[in-house]
Design a protein. Structure first.
Length: 325
């Protein structure tokens, strides 16, 4: 089977110490990308030297550098413009893909060219607490294509989740969606995945094949700690959904109650503006309140209790299956 071409884009800012592991995991994959584009965003550590050394050893790596720190959205969008592959994978410098990730994802995508993206189950690891859980469990038992309406049905049942660090995106669909919109900040991965998925459907490989490391002072954590700034980000997301360009997606988001994932801050923003209250459906409210409750319990429960809950509540998937020959 001829697999489609893939460009991997890695934005980097002061994560030089993590790059050898992230890049090494890519180079060990059974299916190789067309190119690995690493863009350094004005790092002040030894990232440039590390990337240059990797590029000398592996011709598939293409090293680019921003003249100054421009931010992750600018950097990734530059990579999208440079990419030559039909599909792109946006990888974090501190993330790690597991054996079989590329081949299994590309196999299901070539079987379903109508899909706008693929995802796998995501392995989330909270470095400071030792909590470890899987997201995206229960969407399907075997590799499959889910059309947009099936995604809505799963969302209504609380069984849809697209782990951003596992998504391989059709480059043309990503450009049509607006690429990475800087105003969305930490919500941008969610936005592009749901815009593309709700337009074209997605493929799912129901195995944990990529690791997302949640660091104590990550960009995600810093934005969430500033309540006002986070609400402004959510307001920007809603402003986009209210634009004609995204009305097709907004209706499916409303129908499925997909905005629940942003918890109590999203509920506050929805209540504050009449134009956004159409998203305040019973399904959204039910899912949002339960999501908020789980977040509170995760903060106060000891790690061993949290990990036990994750196993019992279905937040742990089966082990990775060998690739069929």
């Amino acid at each position: 089977m001829n697999l489609p071409t893939l460009s991997i884009i890695i934005p980097n800012y002061n994560h030089g110490q993590y790059l050898p592991v992230a890049v090494g995991a890519i180079l060990k994959q059974s299916a190789q990308p067309l190119e690995v584009i690493i863009i350094d965003d004005g790092s002040t550590d030894d990232s440039a030297e590390i990337i240059q050394a990797l590029a000398r050893q592996h011709p598939v790596i293409k090293f680019h550098r921003n003249e100054k720190n421009e931010g992750v959205c600018f950097t990734v969008n530059r990579g999208i413009d440079l990419a030559q592959g039909e599909y792109v994978f946006l990888s974090g410098a501190d993330d790690e893909i597991l054996p079989g990730f590329l081949e299994k994802s590309l196999r299901v995508l070539v079987q379903h060219p109508e899909a706008g993206l693929s995802c796998t189950i995501g392995d989330w690891r909270e470095e400071a607490t030792g909590l470890n859980w899987h997201m995206g469990v229960g969407m399907t038992d075997t590799p499959a294509y889910l059309p947009p309406q099936r995604m809505v049905e799963l969302e209504q049942k609380g069984r849809l989740f697209i782990p951003g660090h596992t998504t391989i995106l059709k480059r043309a669909a990503l450009i049509e969606a607006g690429k990475l919109i800087p105003e969305l900040k930490l919500t941008v991965d969610w936005f592009i995945a749901y815009v593309i998925g709700y337009r074209y459907g997605l493929c799912v490989v129901p195995e944990p094949l990529a690791v997302f490391k949640i660091l104590p002072q990550s960009y995600y954590q810093r934005v969430r700690q500033d309540a006002k700034a986070y609400r402004e980000v959510l307001a920007s997301l809603l402003d986009l959904l209210n634009q004609p360009k995204y009305q097709d997606v907004a209706e499916r988001i409303r129908e499925g109650g997909s905005l629940y994932i942003f918890g109590w801050p999203m509920l506050q923003v929805l209540r504050s503006r009449p134009a956004n209250r159409r998203f305040l459906t019973p399904n959204f409210l039910r899912k949002c309140l339960w999501h908020c409750t789980k977040l509170i319990l995760k903060k106060v429960a000891p790690a061993f209790v949290g990990n036990l809950y994750f196993r019992l509540a279905g937040y742990r998937a089966a082990t990775v299956k060998p690739i069929a020959k």
